[in-house]
Design a protein around this ligand. Sequence first.
Ligand code: ADP
Ligand code: F6P
Length: 319
Amino acid sequence: MKRIGVLTSGGDCPGMNPAIRAVVRDGIEAGLEVVGFLRGYVGLIDNNFKVLNSNDVSGIIQRGGTILLTSRCEEFKTDAGIKKGKENLEKNNIDGLVVIGGDGSIHGAAALADMGVKVVALPGSIDNDIYGTDNSLGVDTALNNIVDAVDKIKDTASSHERTFIIEVMGRECGYLAISSAVATGADALIVPEVAFDFEAIATRFRKRYQEGKTSNIILVAEGADNAYHVGRELKKIAGIESKITVLGHLQRGGSPTFFDRLLGARLGAGAVEALLKGESGKMVGIKDRETELTDFEKVLKNKRPVPKRLLELAEKLSR
Ligand code: ADP
Ligand code: F6P
């Protein structure tokens, strides 16, 4: 193996830059040339890449997002698109590829592996729903962003004795909402993992109001409901007025935390090591503090549910 490529695909997340930096620096250290494809699979199809040297990744470890840019690429979901990608890799003598992205991007990597490309993936998604790793890149930073925002909202919520409904990301998984509910002391939780009942929330709030609790925070995972809908329902069912904040993409931005920098560095180096050992079709994760490889098939077949006890704790502590 002499030349490898790296790309970031799907939703960006803090920690992608530290991972790119590690792939480049560790690759060069091992005698490889490293190239970066721009805009994920779009760059692979368009043959748009640049050689990355040590200086190209200098000063990026503290930056959120991805210096390689990212995108979603419908063409890559077709056989013709994947074939173009494979041909470009061959044409440029690129012997191995590192894909950094979420579940969808790993599907793309698996399609390349099926065509015989040597490819490994790194889990990058704030949703923390990827099987085969304890944490995905960006989760810790996103959670710190959420905690910071909710703390600020709590100041004004308590001063005005108001109820706030705060919507957080998580397309199909409530991990962000559940774990940040524990860390912020939220008063109610609406997530895809449990059936929710507006009536029950309203009854609890009324009881707590009589006991002297005059402000509330409800955390809603976007995959479960829409904060504006929750607000309308609470008004309709119980006459509860609320203020709405959708945290949106600010959750995904900002300087990666210590945890995400370290994770990015370890995963990036793990990817280079795996390719050099001749591994392919695998995701590099970290489980129980050790780097671990998991077959794409297993990663993609398995769901990574929110731990039951964490969910129970979130519910218990919000009552
Ligand atoms: P994420 O990687 O963050 O989960 P997406 O689900 O949007 O984001 O996927 C990112 C990209 O991965 C898609 O735009 C597409 O190019 C590629 N991709 C997703 N699913 C497949 C698939 N089944 N086959 C090939 N490529 C795929
Ligand atoms: O998968 C990561 C994620 O941030 C989800 O939590 C969210 O639903 C989605 O990406 C948003 O994607 P987009 O960047 O297309 O708005």
